[in-house]
Design a protein around this ligand. Structure first.
Ligand SMILES: Nc1ncnc2c1ncn2[C@@H]1O[C@H](COP(=O)(O)OP(=O)(O)OP(=O)(O)O)[C@@H](O)[C@H]1O
Length: 354
Protein backbone atom coordinates (compact mmCIF):
# COMPACT_ATOMS: atom_id res chain seq x y z
CA UNK A 1 0.00 0.00 0.00
CA UNK A 2 2.82 2.39 0.82
CA UNK A 3 4.34 1.63 -2.60
CA UNK A 4 1.20 2.99 -4.20
CA UNK A 5 1.33 6.00 -1.90
CA UNK A 6 4.91 6.63 -3.04
CA UNK A 7 3.81 6.30 -6.67
CA UNK A 8 0.98 8.80 -6.13
CA UNK A 9 3.39 11.23 -4.48
CA UNK A 10 5.77 10.81 -7.40
CA UNK A 11 2.91 11.63 -9.79
CA UNK A 12 2.01 14.70 -7.75
CA UNK A 13 5.63 15.82 -7.86
CA UNK A 14 5.09 16.24 -11.58
CA UNK A 15 2.16 18.61 -11.07
CA UNK A 16 3.82 22.03 -11.29
CA UNK A 17 2.43 25.20 -9.77
CA UNK A 18 2.27 28.38 -11.89
CA UNK A 19 4.45 30.27 -9.41
CA UNK A 20 7.13 27.60 -9.07
CA UNK A 21 7.59 24.23 -7.42
CA UNK A 22 5.12 21.36 -7.43
CA UNK A 23 2.39 20.03 -5.13
CA UNK A 24 4.87 17.97 -3.12
CA UNK A 25 7.80 20.39 -2.94
CA UNK A 26 5.38 23.13 -1.82
CA UNK A 27 3.97 20.79 0.89
CA UNK A 28 0.36 21.20 -0.20
CA UNK A 29 -0.88 17.60 0.08
CA UNK A 30 -2.72 16.62 3.23
CA UNK A 31 -4.36 13.40 4.47
CA UNK A 32 -3.20 11.24 1.56
CA UNK A 33 -4.79 7.82 1.95
CA UNK A 34 -4.76 4.79 -0.29
CA UNK A 35 -7.15 1.93 0.26
CA UNK A 36 -7.94 -0.87 -2.16
CA UNK A 37 -6.91 1.27 -5.11
CA UNK A 38 -8.97 4.24 -3.96
CA UNK A 39 -6.86 7.35 -3.33
CA UNK A 40 -8.04 10.32 -1.29
CA UNK A 41 -6.23 13.51 -0.44
CA UNK A 42 -6.67 17.19 0.16
CA UNK A 43 -4.78 19.97 -1.63
CA UNK A 44 -4.35 22.73 0.89
CA UNK A 45 -4.13 26.11 -0.81
CA UNK A 46 -2.48 29.01 1.02
CA UNK A 47 -5.78 30.91 1.20
CA UNK A 48 -9.45 30.49 0.41
CA UNK A 49 -9.08 32.94 -2.50
CA UNK A 50 -6.26 30.88 -4.06
CA UNK A 51 -8.18 27.67 -3.43
CA UNK A 52 -10.98 29.02 -5.63
CA UNK A 53 -8.48 29.68 -8.44
CA UNK A 54 -6.91 26.26 -8.16
CA UNK A 55 -9.75 24.12 -9.54
CA UNK A 56 -7.88 23.41 -12.83
CA UNK A 57 -4.86 22.29 -10.83
CA UNK A 58 -7.06 20.02 -8.70
CA UNK A 59 -8.39 18.39 -11.87
CA UNK A 60 -4.85 17.86 -13.18
CA UNK A 61 -3.80 16.32 -9.84
CA UNK A 62 -6.81 13.99 -9.95
CA UNK A 63 -6.01 12.88 -13.51
CA UNK A 64 -2.34 12.35 -12.63
CA UNK A 65 -3.37 10.22 -9.65
CA UNK A 66 -5.85 8.17 -11.63
CA UNK A 67 -3.09 7.44 -14.16
CA UNK A 68 -0.96 5.71 -11.50
CA UNK A 69 -1.06 1.92 -12.10
CA UNK A 70 -3.34 0.20 -9.61
CA UNK A 71 -5.37 3.31 -8.79
CA UNK A 72 -9.06 2.69 -9.45
CA UNK A 73 -10.35 6.10 -8.44
CA UNK A 74 -9.17 9.32 -6.86
CA UNK A 75 -11.01 11.83 -4.73
CA UNK A 76 -9.19 15.15 -4.51
CA UNK A 77 -10.52 18.01 -2.45
CA UNK A 78 -9.29 21.61 -2.32
CA UNK A 79 -9.17 23.32 1.02
CA UNK A 80 -7.59 26.34 2.62
CA UNK A 81 -6.61 26.93 6.20
CA UNK A 82 -9.04 29.14 8.07
CA UNK A 83 -7.56 31.78 10.35
CA UNK A 84 -8.05 29.04 12.78
CA UNK A 85 -4.68 27.55 12.00
CA UNK A 86 -2.79 27.08 15.23
CA UNK A 87 -0.05 29.66 15.33
CA UNK A 88 3.47 28.31 15.63
CA UNK A 89 3.94 29.68 19.14
CA UNK A 90 1.30 27.27 20.45
CA UNK A 91 3.43 24.36 21.65
CA UNK A 92 1.93 21.08 22.68
CA UNK A 93 3.36 18.73 25.24
CA UNK A 94 5.55 20.80 27.54
CA UNK A 95 5.97 19.77 31.15
CA UNK A 96 2.72 20.18 33.08
CA UNK A 97 2.22 23.49 34.86
CA UNK A 98 1.55 23.39 38.60
CA UNK A 99 -2.21 23.22 39.06
CA UNK A 100 -3.97 23.59 42.40
CA UNK A 101 -7.53 23.08 41.24
CA UNK A 102 -8.93 19.90 39.70
CA UNK A 103 -8.00 19.34 36.07
CA UNK A 104 -11.57 19.48 34.80
CA UNK A 105 -12.90 22.02 32.30
CA UNK A 106 -15.38 24.39 33.96
CA UNK A 107 -18.25 23.78 31.52
CA UNK A 108 -18.00 19.97 31.55
CA UNK A 109 -20.52 18.19 33.75
CA UNK A 110 -19.24 14.61 33.59
CA UNK A 111 -16.01 13.00 32.45
CA UNK A 112 -16.18 9.39 31.26
CA UNK A 113 -13.03 7.47 30.44
CA UNK A 114 -12.92 4.67 27.87
CA UNK A 115 -9.98 2.36 28.43
CA UNK A 116 -8.61 -1.01 27.43
CA UNK A 117 -5.75 -3.15 28.56
CA UNK A 118 -4.53 -3.90 25.08
CA UNK A 119 -4.30 -1.85 21.89
CA UNK A 120 -6.41 -2.55 18.83
CA UNK A 121 -9.47 -3.92 20.64
CA UNK A 122 -11.68 -1.06 19.44
CA UNK A 123 -11.48 1.46 22.27
CA UNK A 124 -11.31 4.46 19.92
CA UNK A 125 -14.11 3.02 17.78
CA UNK A 126 -16.32 2.60 20.85
CA UNK A 127 -15.42 6.11 22.12
CA UNK A 128 -16.27 7.71 18.77
CA UNK A 129 -19.54 5.84 18.32
CA UNK A 130 -20.67 6.31 21.91
CA UNK A 131 -19.96 10.05 21.55
CA UNK A 132 -22.03 10.21 18.35
CA UNK A 133 -24.87 8.16 19.88
CA UNK A 134 -25.02 10.40 22.96
CA UNK A 135 -25.03 13.49 20.72
CA UNK A 136 -27.85 11.97 18.65
CA UNK A 137 -29.72 11.39 21.92
CA UNK A 138 -29.57 15.15 22.52
CA UNK A 139 -26.58 15.40 24.83
CA UNK A 140 -23.79 17.96 24.44
CA UNK A 141 -20.75 15.78 23.96
CA UNK A 142 -17.02 16.42 23.90
CA UNK A 143 -14.47 13.79 22.92
CA UNK A 144 -10.87 14.07 24.04
CA UNK A 145 -8.48 11.77 22.23
CA UNK A 146 -5.92 11.12 24.95
CA UNK A 147 -4.27 8.32 22.99
CA UNK A 148 -1.34 10.64 22.46
CA UNK A 149 1.00 8.14 20.82
CA UNK A 150 -1.67 6.82 18.45
CA UNK A 151 -4.45 9.39 18.02
CA UNK A 152 -7.20 8.09 15.76
CA UNK A 153 -10.16 10.39 16.39
CA UNK A 154 -9.35 12.96 13.64
CA UNK A 155 -9.56 10.10 11.16
CA UNK A 156 -12.68 8.61 12.71
CA UNK A 157 -14.43 12.00 12.55
CA UNK A 158 -12.99 12.97 9.14
CA UNK A 159 -11.24 16.01 10.63
CA UNK A 160 -8.38 17.37 8.59
CA UNK A 161 -8.29 21.00 9.77
CA UNK A 162 -6.21 22.25 12.63
CA UNK A 163 -8.00 23.64 15.66
CA UNK A 164 -8.05 27.40 16.02
CA UNK A 165 -5.92 29.25 18.52
CA UNK A 166 -6.55 32.95 17.94
CA UNK A 167 -4.43 34.06 20.90
CA UNK A 168 -1.84 31.28 20.82
CA UNK A 169 -3.12 29.97 24.17
CA UNK A 170 -6.76 28.95 23.98
CA UNK A 171 -7.47 26.12 21.57
CA UNK A 172 -10.84 26.10 19.80
CA UNK A 173 -11.73 22.45 19.25
CA UNK A 174 -13.18 21.10 16.02
CA UNK A 175 -16.71 19.79 15.67
CA UNK A 176 -18.04 16.92 13.58
CA UNK A 177 -21.16 14.76 13.65
CA UNK A 178 -22.48 16.80 16.58
CA UNK A 179 -19.42 16.10 18.76
CA UNK A 180 -16.72 18.56 19.88
CA UNK A 181 -13.40 16.81 19.31
CA UNK A 182 -9.88 17.50 20.48
CA UNK A 183 -6.93 15.33 19.57
CA UNK A 184 -3.20 15.81 19.55
CA UNK A 185 -3.46 14.30 16.06
CA UNK A 186 -5.11 17.54 14.89
CA UNK A 187 -2.23 19.62 16.21
CA UNK A 188 0.73 17.73 14.77
CA UNK A 189 1.63 16.60 11.26
CA UNK A 190 -0.01 13.23 10.50
CA UNK A 191 3.27 11.42 9.94
CA UNK A 192 5.02 12.96 12.96
CA UNK A 193 5.65 10.53 15.79
CA UNK A 194 5.12 11.73 19.34
CA UNK A 195 8.30 10.78 21.16
CA UNK A 196 7.47 11.98 24.63
CA UNK A 197 8.02 10.74 28.14
CA UNK A 198 5.60 10.85 31.06
CA UNK A 199 5.87 14.55 32.02
CA UNK A 200 5.38 15.66 28.41
CA UNK A 201 2.35 13.38 28.08
CA UNK A 202 0.89 14.85 31.24
CA UNK A 203 1.58 18.36 29.92
CA UNK A 204 -0.27 17.53 26.70
CA UNK A 205 -3.20 16.06 28.66
CA UNK A 206 -3.34 19.17 30.84
CA UNK A 207 -3.35 21.38 27.74
CA UNK A 208 -6.06 19.36 26.04
CA UNK A 209 -8.25 19.56 29.13
CA UNK A 210 -7.60 23.07 30.36
CA UNK A 211 -6.38 25.09 27.35
CA UNK A 212 -9.18 23.90 25.09
CA UNK A 213 -12.34 25.96 25.01
CA UNK A 214 -14.67 23.02 25.64
CA UNK A 215 -17.72 25.22 26.18
CA UNK A 216 -20.66 23.58 27.93
CA UNK A 217 -20.75 19.79 27.66
CA UNK A 218 -22.97 17.26 29.39
CA UNK A 219 -20.21 14.73 29.01
CA UNK A 220 -16.59 14.62 27.98
CA UNK A 221 -15.57 11.18 26.77
CA UNK A 222 -11.85 10.54 27.11
CA UNK A 223 -10.41 7.96 24.73
CA UNK A 224 -7.46 6.72 26.80
CA UNK A 225 -4.27 5.14 25.49
CA UNK A 226 -4.22 1.35 25.86
CA UNK A 227 -2.73 0.00 29.08
CA UNK A 228 -2.22 1.56 32.44
CA UNK A 229 0.27 4.40 32.06
CA UNK A 230 0.84 8.03 32.94
CA UNK A 231 -2.19 9.41 31.11
CA UNK A 232 -4.62 7.12 32.98
CA UNK A 233 -2.93 7.95 36.26
CA UNK A 234 -3.03 11.74 35.73
CA UNK A 235 -6.57 11.78 34.42
CA UNK A 236 -8.06 9.62 37.16
CA UNK A 237 -6.17 11.36 39.95
CA UNK A 238 -6.76 14.93 38.84
CA UNK A 239 -9.89 15.17 36.75
CA UNK A 240 -12.77 13.77 38.82
CA UNK A 241 -13.56 11.03 36.33
CA UNK A 242 -17.14 9.90 37.00
CA UNK A 243 -16.56 6.44 35.63
CA UNK A 244 -14.67 4.25 33.21
CA UNK A 245 -15.79 1.85 30.53
CA UNK A 246 -13.37 -0.95 29.66
CA UNK A 247 -13.37 -2.40 26.16
CA UNK A 248 -12.04 -5.89 25.50
CA UNK A 249 -12.28 -8.61 22.89
CA UNK A 250 -13.27 -12.09 24.15
CA UNK A 251 -9.73 -13.29 23.60
CA UNK A 252 -7.77 -14.47 26.63
CA UNK A 253 -4.82 -12.20 26.07
CA UNK A 254 -7.00 -9.12 25.67
CA UNK A 255 -8.94 -10.12 28.76
CA UNK A 256 -5.80 -10.59 30.83
CA UNK A 257 -4.82 -7.05 29.92
CA UNK A 258 -8.35 -5.80 30.51
CA UNK A 259 -8.14 -7.20 34.06
CA UNK A 260 -5.03 -5.07 34.60
CA UNK A 261 -6.91 -2.01 33.35
CA UNK A 262 -9.77 -2.84 35.73
CA UNK A 263 -7.31 -3.24 38.57
CA UNK A 264 -5.71 0.11 37.73
CA UNK A 265 -9.09 1.87 37.82
CA UNK A 266 -9.82 0.20 41.17
CA UNK A 267 -6.48 1.40 42.55
CA UNK A 268 -7.24 4.92 41.31
CA UNK A 269 -10.73 4.70 42.84
CA UNK A 270 -12.39 5.36 39.50
CA UNK A 271 -15.69 3.46 39.33
CA UNK A 272 -15.92 1.02 36.45
CA UNK A 273 -19.33 1.49 34.82
CA UNK A 274 -19.06 -1.72 32.87
CA UNK A 275 -17.34 -3.78 30.22
CA UNK A 276 -17.92 -3.77 26.50
CA UNK A 277 -17.17 -6.89 24.50
CA UNK A 278 -16.06 -5.78 21.07
CA UNK A 279 -15.53 -8.08 18.09
CA UNK A 280 -17.69 -10.62 19.94
CA UNK A 281 -18.79 -12.55 16.86
CA UNK A 282 -18.52 -12.50 13.08
CA UNK A 283 -21.62 -13.36 11.11
CA UNK A 284 -20.73 -14.44 7.59
CA UNK A 285 -22.59 -12.18 5.15
CA UNK A 286 -22.76 -15.09 2.65
CA UNK A 287 -23.93 -18.09 4.69
CA UNK A 288 -25.15 -16.31 7.84
CA UNK A 289 -23.06 -18.57 10.10
CA UNK A 290 -21.56 -17.12 13.28
CA UNK A 291 -17.83 -17.50 13.96
CA UNK A 292 -16.28 -16.56 17.27
CA UNK A 293 -12.97 -15.44 15.85
CA UNK A 294 -11.62 -14.02 19.10
CA UNK A 295 -13.15 -16.66 21.38
CA UNK A 296 -16.47 -16.80 23.09
CA UNK A 297 -18.02 -15.62 26.32
CA UNK A 298 -14.83 -14.38 28.00
CA UNK A 299 -15.98 -10.83 28.66
CA UNK A 300 -19.45 -11.94 29.78
CA UNK A 301 -17.89 -14.29 32.34
CA UNK A 302 -15.44 -11.62 33.52
CA UNK A 303 -18.20 -9.04 33.97
CA UNK A 304 -20.16 -11.54 36.05
CA UNK A 305 -17.12 -12.50 38.07
CA UNK A 306 -16.21 -8.96 39.06
CA UNK A 307 -19.82 -7.85 39.36
CA UNK A 308 -19.89 -5.05 36.78
CA UNK A 309 -22.45 -4.71 34.01
CA UNK A 310 -21.77 -5.98 30.53
CA UNK A 311 -22.79 -2.80 28.72
CA UNK A 312 -22.72 -4.09 25.15
CA UNK A 313 -21.60 -6.92 22.91
CA UNK A 314 -20.61 -5.65 19.50
CA UNK A 315 -19.87 -7.91 16.54
CA UNK A 316 -17.04 -7.70 14.03
CA UNK A 317 -18.71 -5.57 11.44
CA UNK A 318 -17.52 -4.22 8.12
CA UNK A 319 -19.54 -1.00 8.35
CA UNK A 320 -17.95 -0.27 11.73
CA UNK A 321 -14.49 -0.51 10.21
CA UNK A 322 -15.40 1.42 7.07
CA UNK A 323 -17.15 4.13 9.09
CA UNK A 324 -14.12 4.54 11.34
CA UNK A 325 -11.69 4.76 8.46
CA UNK A 326 -13.96 6.95 6.37
CA UNK A 327 -14.65 9.65 8.97
CA UNK A 328 -18.32 8.88 9.62
CA UNK A 329 -18.81 6.63 12.65
CA UNK A 330 -21.28 3.81 12.08
CA UNK A 331 -23.47 5.25 14.87
CA UNK A 332 -24.38 8.06 12.46
CA UNK A 333 -26.39 5.56 10.41
CA UNK A 334 -29.52 3.61 11.29
CA UNK A 335 -28.42 -0.02 11.02
CA UNK A 336 -28.21 -2.58 13.85
CA UNK A 337 -24.82 -1.40 15.11
CA UNK A 338 -26.02 2.18 15.26
CA UNK A 339 -29.00 0.92 17.25
CA UNK A 340 -26.67 -0.95 19.62
CA UNK A 341 -24.76 2.26 20.28
CA UNK A 342 -28.04 4.17 20.71
CA UNK A 343 -29.06 1.58 23.35
CA UNK A 344 -25.71 1.96 25.09
CA UNK A 345 -26.15 5.75 25.13
CA UNK A 346 -29.70 5.37 26.44
CA UNK A 347 -28.51 3.05 29.17
CA UNK A 348 -25.99 5.63 30.38
CA UNK A 349 -28.62 8.37 30.23
CA UNK A 350 -31.24 6.27 32.06
CA UNK A 351 -28.62 5.33 34.64
CA UNK A 352 -28.14 9.03 35.35
CA UNK A 353 -24.50 8.81 34.38
CA UNK A 354 -24.76 11.30 31.52
N1 LIG B 1 -16.48 -4.14 15.96
C1 LIG B 1 -15.62 -3.92 14.99
N2 LIG B 1 -15.77 -4.48 13.78
C2 LIG B 1 -14.87 -4.28 12.80
N3 LIG B 1 -13.78 -3.52 12.92
C3 LIG B 1 -13.58 -2.93 14.12
C4 LIG B 1 -14.47 -3.08 15.20
N4 LIG B 1 -13.99 -2.37 16.25
C5 LIG B 1 -12.87 -1.79 15.83
N5 LIG B 1 -12.60 -2.13 14.56
C6 LIG B 1 -11.46 -1.73 13.73
O1 LIG B 1 -10.29 -2.20 14.37
C7 LIG B 1 -9.22 -1.26 14.25
C8 LIG B 1 -8.72 -0.89 15.64
O2 LIG B 1 -9.77 -0.22 16.32
P1 LIG B 1 -9.50 1.01 17.28
O3 LIG B 1 -8.52 1.97 16.69
O4 LIG B 1 -10.81 1.52 17.72
O5 LIG B 1 -8.79 0.23 18.47
P2 LIG B 1 -8.07 0.81 19.76
O6 LIG B 1 -8.35 -0.16 20.84
O7 LIG B 1 -8.48 2.22 20.00
O8 LIG B 1 -6.58 0.72 19.33
P3 LIG B 1 -5.33 1.60 19.85
O9 LIG B 1 -5.49 1.75 21.30
O10 LIG B 1 -4.16 0.77 19.47
O11 LIG B 1 -5.45 2.91 19.14
C9 LIG B 1 -9.80 -0.09 13.47
O12 LIG B 1 -9.47 -0.24 12.12
C10 LIG B 1 -11.31 -0.22 13.65
O13 LIG B 1 -12.03 0.32 12.56
Amino acid sequence: MSEMKDAVEAALERVDLPDGGNLISRDMIRALRVENGVVRFVIEAPSAELARQMEPLRAIAQKATEAVPGVTSASVVLSAPTESKAPPQLKMGGHPKPQDSVMKPAGVKTILAVGSGKGGVGKSTVSANLAVALARAGKRVGLLDADIHGPSQPRMFGLTDKPASPDGKTIIPLKAHGVTVMSIGSMLAEDKAVVWRGPMLMGALQQMLMQVDWGTQDVLIVDLPPGTGDVQLSLCQKSEVAGAIVVSTPQDVALLDARKALDAFATLKTPVLGLIENMAVFTCPHCGKDSHIFGHGGVVAEAEKIGVPLLAQLPIDLDTRLGGDGGTPVAMGDGPISQAYAQLAERLIQGGIV
